[in-house]
Write a protein that binds this ligand. Sequence first.
Ligand code: GRF
Length: 196
Amino acid sequence: MKRVAILISGGGSNMVALAQSMTGDHPARPVLVLSNDPKAGGLARARDMGLAVAAVDHKEFPSDRRGFEGELLAILEAAQPDIICFAGFMRVLGAGFVQRFEGRMLNIHPSLLPKYKGLHTHRRALDAGDTVHGCTVHEVTAALDDGPILGQARLDIGPEDTADTLAARLLPLEHALYPAVLRRFARGDRTPVLIP
Ligand code: GRF
């Protein structure tokens, strides 16, 4: 059975979808939900699900990234995850951290990578006049939002769509895609999941 740590910064809806999917014949189980914000709404949801939680407040390390990552690493080492899932984790981690877990880290990004790496993806897709948008699960490498793609889900952009409506319409697709990719990845299968 693979051990999965989930890193979050916010409400944690992807974390909930991942944790709820890891039951029955699923080859993995959640062992930790870790946040850079002790007040993240997702931590309370994880506690309610009976999951182990921890937080390292990045604000306590204003210009000390090494210190912040050292604390994260110590907590992760203790949890011994086989796989790390970034689910709305909004801190960029350094090459040393990435190297430590390379090949065992996944992230979900709200665009059809390689388009729109970084922030404000919905706004940028609308501004570009795109007709299709989506989300991507990829392996985490040292380059931001750049690793091998393990899954994508698509939706059509409507004439009435705004950045907010796109974000809201995309979330249920994220909650379907990420667990499907994790189930395959935990079995050692990197064949991309495509929705539809
Ligand atoms: C999601 O849209 C995800 O794609 C992005 O951050 C958002 C997190 O949402 N990286 P939640 O905290 O999982 O609800």
